[in-house]
Every structure is written in C-alpha cells, then in structure tokens.
Design a protein around this ligand. Structure first.
Ligand SMILES: *Cc1c(COP(=O)(O)O)cnc(C)c1O
Length: 405
C-alpha cells in the first residue's frame, strides 16, 4: 500500500493552503530547488559545455522519458521529452496523418482543449493553402460531441485526436474501447494525457495506442513550463515523421547534414536543445513517484473526490455537478457550475482553498492523493458551501478577472 503521508512530506506546501489545483500546476517538490541549484553550480557552472556529455544533458530527454513510461503504461524507449504539449500535438498529428495518406479526416471532440484544436485547425489550413507545395492533400477536422466520438469513427477517419480526461468536466474517455474502434476502422489514435498522466492508471501499450502526448507541470509536478512528453508505439517508431523536425531529432546531429534524416525510433521526435534546467526539476519531481502504485493512487483519488461531491452535495444540493457522477467515468477532478463561478473561486482562494475557474461557469477542483488529505477535502467542501451560502463571493474585488484564471 502506498504511503501518501510520505509523498505529502516530499512537497513544500504553503501553510494554511488547501491546494485543489494540482491538475493545473503541481506544487513544489522539496528536493527540486536543491537539485536545480546543484545542477547549475556543479554542472553548468563547473563543466560548462562539457555538461552535454559529462553530465548527461544530451541524453536527458530519453532518460526522463523512460521514467515517465511506467506511469503511462508505455514500453521502455517509447517516450521522449521536449518542447510544450501543443508542439507535441502538432508532431503527433502530422506524423499520424502522413501514415494514413489515403484518408482525410481528423476526428476530435468539442470537449478537447483549445490548443489541441487550434493545432489541428491550422495544420488543416496550412495544407489547404499549400504550404507543403502540393496543395492536393486536403485534411479535414471533424469535431463531434464527446458522447458521439464512438459513433463517428468510420473508415473516413485518418486519425482520432482525443484528450482522455476533459479539462473542464473531468469526463473520461474509454481509451481501450475507442482505440480498438479506431483500429477496426483503419484509423490511428492520438491520446492527449494532460489530465491523465499522474492522475490515474494509463495503459498505452495494453490499449494499443498509436501516439500519446502530455505535459508534466500538472499532476506530475514538474514546475511551470516543464517540458512535454511524446509517445510513439514501437511498431510506428521507425516510420513516423514528425513534420516539425529539428537537428536533435536527426540521425547524426553533429554531422550537420543539410538534409533531415530521422534518428532511429523515438529520438526523431526531438526538435532542438532540451530545457535542461526544467528537466532537472522534473527529475526531482519524478523521484516522488518511485514506489507509488497507480492503482492505490486511483483508489484514493476516488475516495477524495467522492467525499468532496458528497459533502458539497449535502450542503448545496442545488449546485449542478458538471462532472460525471460515476467516479469510474471521470478523471481526478471535480467541477461544479455556477453563474458566478469566477467570483466564488476568488473568494475561496482568499480563504486558502485554491481551485480554478474555466469559462464560462465552471469551478474546477483537482484531487491529488500524493499531497492532499481527506480532512483537507472535507474542509474545502465546507468552505465552498460557506462562501456560496453567505454570498461571501459577492464583492467587487472577486470579480476582477486576472490574466490567468
Ligand atoms: C494543459 C493542456 C494543454 C497545454 O498545452 P501547453 O502547450 O503545455 O501549454 C494542451 N492540451 C491539453 C488537453 C491540456 O490539458
């Protein structure tokens, strides 16, 4: 059984704060500052350029990828780190679309995160405008409601681009079933694991997923702007072409060949120089996952989110739950709707309970067993009820919209 009091002690959480936003930005691992500082002074400071070889900076994207792999049920050597999630979506989508040249349709759903949809829209638009010089390969982005994805998978689909856990509602797609459906129809799958990695057990290899992408600053606690990961199923690793290619994904980067030739396997998904400082902070965060059972984490996450829903429901029976009521059908977050959601979240933050707001009317709360307790969860539900019942949120200062909500 995983000891969550031990993992909690590994984080530097501010006194008096109940943190229900680890789904957006994980907290600071205690060891991260020291680790990054040591890297800066001893590696960067002393080794200078030699650090790429002597401190293993060059191989760090693969080394860290190999530590992410077990958390998402991926084969060793199938994950590499770098760039941001949006960029990894572009690479996965371009690669997958090229692997189904006879098909035109990218299938996504209206619950997907805007950045994923923007990447797809502008890839479609760029090909339409003939940026690739051919202009005869039209792609189409088809967006259906999340509940309609299964029915929309047919033999026109080249690739499905789906986020497993909906960022607003927490609704969980059935990855194994949809992947099987896509394959039966001859389509490829891209799974965005932004709200899955570190939140629930993921079994990419077992599900037969083709591509997956995710970020590491949410449930994996890598810090603001921590690099993304990309997974390519080993059976595709020697054929996938990322379209967004760079010298570090070249077969021989230091040959400085003017023509791109893909590196073998997952390395080809590297683009440019990796963010070594950020990867170092992430490595410290990943230490905390050693020995954590994803099944135990999932159980505890369900216990916390169920307790929260029950406590909020008992005090605020009229507050609509935006998340699926069945815990097996949601990720590790719970959302409620309220017309004054933004102000309520601000008032709650003023009381030390940090959640967040997603337009137009969602209050979102993440449940992260690594550092969140049942007592805190119950206290947060009490404070939410108090803020709503007393209308403590109804103050002008809670209505001022910050740049980041
Ligand atoms: C958080 C999130 C992103 C963010 O992408 P970045 O490039 O890291 O800013 C993209 N997609 C989904 C589904 C997300 O939840």
């Amino acid at each position: 059984m995983t000891d969550f009091s031990q993992s909690r002690a590994a984080f530097d959480l501010p006194e008096g704060v109940i943190y229900l936003d680890g789904n957006s930005l994980g907290p600071l691992p205690r060891s991260a500052a020291e680790r990054v500082s040591r890297m800066m002074t001893q590696e960067w400071g002393r080794l200078l350029i030699r650090g790429w070889n002597e401190a293993g900076w060059y191989v760090q994207p693969r080394r860290v990828g190999d530590r992410i792999a077990p958390l998402i049920g991926a084969e060793p050597g199938s994950v590499v780190m770098g760039d941001t999630l949006s960029i990894k979506v572009f690479q996965a989508l371009s690669a997958a679309a090229q692997m189904r040249p006879e098909r035109r349709v990218i299938l996504s759903d209206s619950g997907n995160f805007p950045s994923d949809l923007y990447v797809a829209q502008e890839l479609v638009a760029a090909l339409e405008r003939g940026v690739d010089g051919s202009a005869d390969r039209g792609l189409e982005l088809r967006i259906v409601a999340p509940e309609e994805v299964e029915a929309a998978i047919d033999d026109s689909i080249a690739v499905t681009l789906l986020t497993e856990v909906d960022y607003r509602t927490g609704r969980l797609h059935d990855m194994a079933a949809l992947t099987a459906n896509a394959h039966a129809a001859g389509a490829l799958t891209i799974w965005d694991l932004a709200h899955s990695a570190g939140a629930l057990p993921v079994h990419l290899a077992e599900a037969g997923a083709d591509f997956a992408v995710g970020c590491t600053y949410k449930y994996l606690n890598g810090g603001p702007g921590a690099p993304a990961f990309i997974y390519v199923a080993p059976r595709h690793a020697e054929t996938a072409r990322p379209a967004l290619a760079g010298w570090m994904g070249h077969a021989a980067p230091f040959a400085f060949d003017p023509h791109w030739a893909p590196a073998s396997g997952i390395e080809r998904m590297r683009v440019g120089t990796p963010p070594v400082l950020a990867l170092t902070a992430l490595e410290a965060a990943l230490d905390i996952w050693e020995g954590v059972s994803m099944d135990a984490l999932r159980q505890e996450s369900i216990r916390l989110s169920e307790a929260f829903i029950a406590a909020v429901g008992a005090r605020l029976p009229g507050l609509p739950l935006a998340s699926p009521r069945d815990p097996e059908r949601r990720g590790s977050q719970v959302s409620f709707r309220h017309p004054d959601a933004y102000a309520i979240v601000q008032a709650l933050i003023a009381q030390g309970v940090i959640g967040d707001f997603r337009a137009p009317d969602i209050m979102r709360f993440g449940f992260t067993p690594l550092y969140l307790t049942l007592a805190e969860t119950e206290r947060a539900a009490d404070l939410l009820a108090e803020v709503v019942l007393t209308e403590a949120w109804n103050q002008p200062e809670y209505r001022i919209r910050a740049q980041v909500t």
